[in-house]
Write a protein that binds this ligand. Structure first.
Ligand code: BG6
Length: 512
């Protein structure tokens, strides 16, 4: 048999995680939630798994009157509270040797000079080799000044000479708040860094279950034949959270569910579900396929029929009384920010024409669950008595992104008895029972990939633009609409308008 090309080759290569080379990571915004709960613990977990070079440095930069030992204390606290792997003193001591802190404001030239000197000292003491990753865990409004300062002080890619080591920048979503602002942001970042040195984090792409969508689709023969309009009736992508805005009023208000997670996480899930097979999992090939499918994706022509938005109201949820969005601290009483967003998109290509993708994302739902569900068409003919199939639904294939990670196939089976009664049953694959290894946190994988310079899991600017092109008309429609977001009780599955949106198409939302 001739050897077949293997598109999973690259994934296979990554099975044995590679250790980062010598480098320093500079973290801006060290005291923020993201840094404390995700980034710092992930750095420790990488060190604990032996994936950071012994020549690794961690530099905190913040507006605090701290010394390096204050910063180290804060890092230790956040690691102890949030790391996935156990705290080990030898790992910590090794990490500690490379920890530095630079106090200062982003617009303070002297602070940046101190940063230059600190990095030079680290290169000397730790052997970090002039390789620097700058992680901007700061509000997007500050990206501009931070990248400009890095450029002016010779730390950004464009400002560095040959042989000075690499310089990369990591930015977190939101990548702008609409297409125009995303383009503006891109202009600013690219004034300081080459495109291949900019790593945009969409942490969903770092999740094992999201990467498994590629394995599931392209390593198997079983599913590809049904992965199209002939067999699939529609697709539902749900990202439900049971929490409210969790004290993040300053970030969330004015942003809302669509900008917060649909523009990035959910549209990336659409792209991975709907794209064609890439010729390899190289960044270029993956990007080309994702971009193609995003460019063919459009919201409903009549946005009043193909979208719904809502805001949670005070109610009993999860066994406690919770406040409504408008009563959350820091939220203006007349805010129209949506905490529930549902959008129908269609993909204009041969594979998906006529197959709606329904996306919904919300806070204060009954439970935390993210899933991609492909709902199949009903069987064309049922040779049963109507009374035998009253408990038979349609077949569904559900990729459970989190929690309870796995895949479910729902189909009809005969109930054991003398008569022929057919009822829905499920066949389950669960990570927890199939694999002994626990999944690394998304941030571990993504930070390691930044340090390795391995870009497939980072969306490129063109994908960001394509996503805003899909979302901008929806956001404009909501902004111009006389209808404010419709209330829904906290702990429910969203406003009536969300259910009506599907009912109009003769469908219903799944209750995951
Ligand atoms: C972030 C959003 O990107 O994802 C948050 O800004 C949200 O609002 C979070 O809570 C959810 O992430 P995860 O990994 O828990 O699904």
């Amino acid at each position: 048999m001739s050897e077949q090309p293997n598109p999973l080759r690259d994934i296979g290569d990554r099975r044995l995680p590679r250790m980062s080379g010598p480098c320093a990571l500079v973290l801006f915004g060290v005291t923020g939630d993201l840094a404390r709960k995700k980034v710092l613990p992930a750095i420790y977990d990488l060190a604990n798994r032996g994936l950071l070079s012994p020549a690794f440095g961690l530099v905190g930069f913040a507006r605090r009157d701290w010394r390096a030992d204050h910063f180290a204390e804060m890092v230790a606290e956040s690691v102890k509270a949030h790391a996935r792997t156990p705290f080990r003193d030898d790992v910590w001591q090794q990490l500690l040797e490379g920890i530095r802190f630079v106090p200062g404001e982003l617009d303070d030239d002297e602070a940046f000079e101190r940063l230059v000197a600190t990095l030079a000292e680290l290169d000397e003491a730790q052997g970090t080799g002039g390789n620097h990753a700058f992680y901007l865990s700061i509000p997007p409004a500050a990206f501009d000044i931070a990248t400009d300062q890095l450029r002016r002080h010779g730390l950004a890619g464009h400002g560095r000479g040959q042989g000075q080591g690499w310089s990369r920048v990591v930015i977190e979503k939101p990548f702008g708040h609409d297409l125009a602002s995303a383009q503006e942001l891109e202009r600013k970042v690219s004034a300081a860094f080459d495109p291949q040195s900019v790593f945009r984090i969409d942490h969903y792409l770092g999740k094992e279950t999201v990467q498994n969508m590629l394995a599931f689709r392209f390593a198997n023969q079983l599913f590809e034949p049904i992965w199209n309009r002939t067999y699939i009736d529609h697709v539902q992508i749900t990202m439900a959270e049971d929490i409210g805005i969790a004290g993040r009023a300053g970030y969330y208000d004015g942003i809302g569910a669509a900008r917060d997670v649909i523009q990035n996480h959910l549209l990336q899930l659409v792209a991975l579900t709907a794209m064609e097979e890439p010729t390899s999992f190289d960044a270029d090939q993956l990007h080309a396929e994702k971009l193609k499918v995003l460019a063919a994706t459009r919201p409903a022509a009549d946005l009043s029929l193909g979208t719904a938005h809502g805001q949670y109201l005070a109610a009993w949820a999860g066994g406690q009384q919770v406040v409504g969005y408008l009563e959350e601290e820091g939220i203006p009483a007349d805010s129209r920010t949506e905490t529930y967003a549902a959008i129908r998109v269609d993909i204009d290509n041969r594979r998906w024409a006529g197959v709606p993708f329904y996306l919904r994302a919300a806070k204060r739902m009954p439970r935390r669950v993210t899933e991609v569900a492909l709902i199949l068409r009903p069987a064309p003919h049922l040779p049963f008595l109507q009374s035998d199939v009253t408990n038979l639904g349609v077949n569904a294939l559900v990729m459970r992104i989190q929690p309870d990670e796995g895949i479910t196939l729902r189909f009809g089976a005969k109930v054991p008895a003398t008569q022929m009664e057919v009822r829905d049953v499920s066949m389950d694959f669960a990570y927890g029972t199939s694999f002994a290894e626990s999944s690394p946190e998304a941030y571990e994988r993504l930070i390691l990939d930044v340090l390795l310079g391995d870009p497939p899991l980072f969306p490129r600017h063109e994908e960001v633009e394509a996503s805003w092109r899909i979302l901008d008309p929806v956001l404009d429609h909501w902004a111009e609409s006389a209808e404010p977001p419709q209330g829904y009780p906290a702990g429910s599955w969203g406003p009536a308008s969300g259910h009506e949106m599907l009912a109009r198409d003769g469908r219903t939302w799944r209750r995951p």
